[in-house]
Design a protein around this ligand. Structure first.
Ligand SMILES: NC(=O)c1ccc[n+]([C@@H]2O[C@H](COP(=O)([O-])OP(=O)(O)OC[C@H]3O[C@@H](n4cnc5c(N)ncnc54)[C@H](OP(=O)(O)O)[C@@H]3O)[C@@H](O)[C@H]2O)c1
Length: 258
């Protein structure tokens, strides 16, 4: 398939390379930063563009991978260069596909459900791709395209994707924030974060094997009140972290009937 990628951030960078790797042609890659567009385009053997008005209508599919709030605006600008029946998708987990509807007749979603960073290798064999479209033919073609990228492909509508995105925020953004808090406390106490790494790894391994609720341990589910009180006393000097500890403890007690 001939594909144009609009956006050269974390997702645009990794997804375009994967598409090229599995045999697709990347026609153009867009970044507002010329140097960035040129650098990535060289790897992709694609044409770099730093202005939406330079888009050409030669691709079979246009993938928008820009920040969520800019998707509608970018689609609006794209429409000035591309016919209304152009196939256009975006890669956002939380933005409805219908944000594209005012501009294009054939629109959809190509959402890789993973956390991407430019300097981390993306293992697409283990990245679920969630696809959707307002047109059955396009949905089938997106499904086929996604299967060339990953073995884990799901047809998921906007409402279902919104639910998955809420839970993705819980398991990734929130847990990572908890790691950051732990990191900060340990740094201030001059204690090594590396002592927690095996615990973090074992926790995430267990969740792929057993229901998370069954694997829950800790003072809140044991009902160890004195331990909890000692923790809260220690956290007096970290007011924000104490609030999070209290909310999490209350939620744990509620779920485990304590
Ligand atoms: N990162 C993830 O883990 C992840 C995972 C799945 C899905 N997603 C989704 O994928 C999309 C891209 O995310 P990302 O992480 O790749 O973001 P990112 O690394 O922050 O990159 C965002 C891209 O958006 C472009 N951009 C920002 N504002 C723009 C505007 N007003 N007009 C045109 N381009 C603009 C930036 O352009 P310049 O290069 O021109 O500065 C950059 O290339 C988002 O919808 C996000 O929800 C992200």
């Amino acid at each position: 398939m001939k594909i144009t990628i609009i956006g050269a951030g974390n997702v645009g960078y990794h997804l375009s390379q994967r598409l090229k790797e599995v045999g697709h042609t990347i026609s153009q890659i867009f970044s507002r930063q010329t140097n960035k567009a040129v650098r990535i385009a060289r790897i992709l053997e694609a044409s770099p563009i730093d202005n939406i008005s330079s888009l050409t209508p030669d691709a079979n599919l246009y993938i928008i991978a820009v920040k969520d709030d800019a998707i509608g605006l970018v689609a609006e600008k794209m429409r000035k260069r591309l016919p209304g029946n152009t196939w256009v998708v975006h890669t956002s987990g939380s933005t409805p596909s219908t944000v594209l509807a005012p501009h294009f007749n054939n629109y959809g979603i190509f959402y890789p459900l993973q956390t991407f960073s430019i300097n981390r290798l993306a293992d697409f064999l283990n990245i679920p791709i969630l696809i959707d479209s307002n047109k059955e033919l396009m949905k089938n073609r997106l499904h086929q395209l996604a299967e060339t990228v990953s073995p884990k492909v799901y047809s998921i509508n906007d409402a279902q994707r919104a639910v998955l995105h809420v839970t993705a925020v819980m398991v990734n953004n929130f847990t990572n924030h908890l790691y950051s808090m732990a990191e900060d406390i340990l740094r201030q106490e001059e204690l090594p974060m590396e002592t927690l790494i095996p615990l973090i790894q074992e926790t995430s391994k267990k969740v792929s094997l057993f229901p998370a609720k069954e694997m829950q341990t800790g003072p809140a589910v044991r009902g160890d009140v004195d331990t909890i009180n000692r923790h809260l006393e220690y956290l007096e000097k970290f007011e924000d972290y104490k609030k999070v500890y209290e909310v999490m403890t209350a939620s744990l007690k509620e779920m485990h009937g304590k």
